[in-house]
Each structure stands twice: as structure tokens, then as C-alpha cells.
Design a protein around this ligand. Structure first.
Ligand SMILES: [Fe+2]
Length: 384
């Protein structure tokens, strides 16, 4: 355990913080797991060879989605305000499209000028150990005080209440991932943002994130999320087969770029409570520009699902495009890839902390609740 001392009382900027060292070795591979889909029992080994028409259709969908992902990348989508997540957003129409374009242009020009005159730069880390740990492991587990968790609970109670109400009105079988998430907004839930920002400032979280990402950073989103044992999205991965659910189910890298995330547990989370899990050091695995785009494209295109008709579409792609961001369930338990992942896999249960800062480019998963309910906040740190 590494302890960072507070600065003197005259400059009480960063609070003493315990960073828990992880009880497992880092990921040993320098690349993400490679999966041979041609011989996989749920893919090439059982599915018929795709027809020419199926290949053309799959490739065309892939290319259209690739263009969409490329545009998101070019406009630096993750580091732009999202009108769609603001209170009162009425959908994408001519008026919102003009607002988006004007806003993106204004922000990009402002950032370019800021870079040129030197006002746009990353923060100086006030807590170097935090920065070093996220650089080496891709994840840092901090422990907020009961008082801080209490403040966060109070500031987000209204958001969770709205989420409870929404979930109660959606039958379980119709519930989707987004139905379990409430996006706080600065207009409706200002307290959620200020409370999180104040606490992050105490520990130097925002400065560390900024130095890590190499750009100015702030709290972009505060999301309340509820998962329960009924929502077993990681089970029955290959529903048309007898294949048992693989150990690696739901392991993934995020489809987003250029941001850090932080999970804050609002209550104790044990091994069955859906703790956040991370493969230590896997954010350092080399993923080239094109490979990263391909993986994200397949997930955005809906090719990462494992229903039989989707697996057929995925197999209709050329072999070099068969890579997913959400690849975990495709890793066979008896493979060397699974061994390497298990070795570096770490479950961040509450005894390691209640504030888990991580780089989503590393391999991770969470919310796989076996018992009870998990109430968690996800904070997105990006340029705002
Ligand atoms: Fe993720």
C-alpha cells in the first residue's frame, strides 16, 4: 500500500490517500487476445460457409459503420459536449444538427488557438503516485471516507430515484443496458457534479487524469447505474448451442477513446455483487489505429452479439476484420489467452476501495451481479 501525505495545512490541496497495490501480476501479453474464429466451436466449426451475397452485405454494413466510427474519431466525439445527454434534448433534427456543427466548430477552433498560445495544456499532477499507478496498471483503487460516500449518495439520490422509477416501468425481459443507467445533467443534477468534483479535487484525481490523457480534463458525465441479479446479460452467450458460458464472458475494451472512467461504489460490493474487474496492465497492450477502429466498428455495427444470425454475419466478414471490442466470451477456456487473462484478472471488491479509476482501453468488465443489487456511479473524465 502506498500512502501519499497531505500537503501542509497552509496548502491543503491533496488529501492523504491509500492506493492499494494489486494482488496479481500484470498481463503478460503485449497484444489483445487473438481469436481463431475459423476453428471456434460456435463460429467457423459449426456455421455454414457464408454465401457471396452474405459477404457483400456484411462488408457493406461494416464499411458504413467504419465511416461512422471514423467521423466520431475525427471530431473527437468523446471530448465534446453531448447535446443528446442534456435535459430537454428533442432528438436529432435540422436544428440540433446545426447546433452540433456550430458547437463542434467553435470548440475545435478554441482548442486549436489554446494549443497555439499555450493555454490548453494538461494539469500538473498534484498526486504523482496516482498518475504512476494508472500508467503502470491502468487501474487505481482509492478509498473515499464514509462521509464522502454519504455526500455522494445524498447528491445522487434524486438521480437514482428517477432511475428506480424508470426501471420499475420496464418489464425485465424488455430491459436494455441503457435502461439501467441515468445520465445526470448539470441543469437537473448540479449537486451530483459539484460533489464529485470537490471530492476528486481533494485527491488529485482530475489532475492525474489530465496528465495521463495529455489534455485538460474535467468531469464530463456522472451516471447512476443499477444492476441486479435478474439482469444476467453475460449468461447464455451462445443460446443456440450447448457451449457452457466461458470464464471470459463480457471482458472487453471500451469503444470510447481518450477518456478515463471512475466507478464509485455507493455501498459495499463483494465477489457476488458485480464488482468492477480489470486485467492489470492490459491498457498497455498494443492496439494499432486500424485494429482499434475495426474492433469498435464491429461493436457499433452490432456484430459483437452472439446470437446465431449475428455470428453468421460476423463470419461473413474477411478474417482480418473479425475482431471485437467485446471479445471475452469468444475466448475458449482451454486457450493460452484465457490463462494469461486469468493471471492478471483482478476483482475490485470493496475491501480494495470504493473509488476505482481506470483506463477503458484495458481489458475489463463489471456489473455481473450474482446476488442482490449493485448501485454504482460511473464518472467520465474527458476534456470539457
Ligand atoms: Fe467498459
Amino acid at each position: 500500500m502506498t500512502t501519499i501525505e497531505s500537503l501542509s495545512d497552509a496548502t491543503p490541496v491533496v488529501r492523504a490517500v491509500d492506493i492499494h497495490e494489486l494482488p496479481i501480476p500484470p498481463y503478460r501479453s503485449s497484444i489483445l487476445p487473438q481469436i481463431d474464429y475459423d476453428t471456434h466451436p460456435a463460429y467457423g466449426a459449426m456455421l455454414p460457409r457464408p454465401t457471396l451475397g452474405e459477404r457483400v452485405e456484411a462488408l457493406s454494413r461494416f464499411l458504413r459503420t467504419f465511416a461512422f466510427v471514423a467521423i466520431r474519431r475525427v471530431v473527437d466525439y468523446e471530448n465534446m459536449p453531448l447535446l443528446s445527454k442534456e435535459a430537454g434534448f428533442t432528438g436529432l433534427n435540422a436544428s440540433t444538427a446545426i447546433r452540433y456543427i456550430t458547437m463542434f466548430t467553435r470548440i475545435r477552433v478554441g482548442r486549436m488557438i489554446g494549443s497555439l498560445i499555450g493555454t490548453r495544456r494538461p494539469a500538473t499532477p498534484t498526486n504523482p503516485a496516482l498518475l504512476n499507478q494508472i500508467k503502470s496498471d491502468g487501474i487505481v483503487c482509492l478509498t473515499l471516507t464514509p462521509d464522502e460516500i454519504g455526500r455522494i449518495n445524498a447528491a445522487t439520490a434524486q438521480g437514482f430515484a428517477r432511475l428506480d422509477e424508470r426501471r420499475a416501468n420496464i418489464p425485465l425481459e424488455k430491459r436494455k443496458f441503457d435502461d439501467n443507467v441515468y445520465w445526470c445533467t448539470r441543469s437537473l443534477d448540479p449537486q451530483a457534479f459539484t460533489t464529485v468534483e470537490n471530492i476528486f479535487n481533494r485527491y488529485g484525481v482530475i489532475e492525474a487524469a489530465s496528465a495521463y490523457l495529455g489534455r485538460p480534463v474535467g468531469v464530463k458525465h456522472v451516471n447512476a447505474q443499477i444492476n441486479d441479479q435478474e439482469y444476467a446479460f453475460w449468461k447464455r452467450q451462445f443460446p443456440d448451442t450447448e457451449i457452457a458460458d466461458p470464464w471470459g464472458s463480457y471482458l472487453h475494451i471500451d469503444a470510447t477513446y481518450g477518456m478515463l472512467k471512475c466507478a464509485i461504489y455507493t455501498h459495499d460490493i463483494g465477489p457476488d455483487g458485480g464488482p468492477f474487474c480489470y486485467v492489470r496492465g492490459s491498457q498497455r497492450a498494443k492496439v494499432g489505429w486500424f485494429e482499434g477502429m475495426v474492433r469498435r466498428t464491429n461493436d457499433f455495427a452490432g456484430f459483437a452479439s452472439r446470437k446465431v444470425d449475428i455470428r453468421k454475419k460476423f463470419m461473413a466478414l474477411p478474417a482480418f476484420l473479425r475482431k471485437k471490442a467485446e471479445f471475452g466470451a469468444d475466448i475458449r477456456d482451454d486457450s493460452p489467452e484465457a490463462d494469461r487473462l486469468r493471471e492478471g484478472h483482478f476483482s475490485a471488491t470493496s475491501n480494495f476501495g470504493n473509488c476505482i479509476l481506470f483506463d477503458g482501453n484495458g481489458i475489463h468488465r463489471g456489473g455481473m451481479v450474482n446476488k442482490g443489487e449493485r448501485r454504482c456511479l460511473f464518472i467520465l473524465l474527458a476534456e470539457i
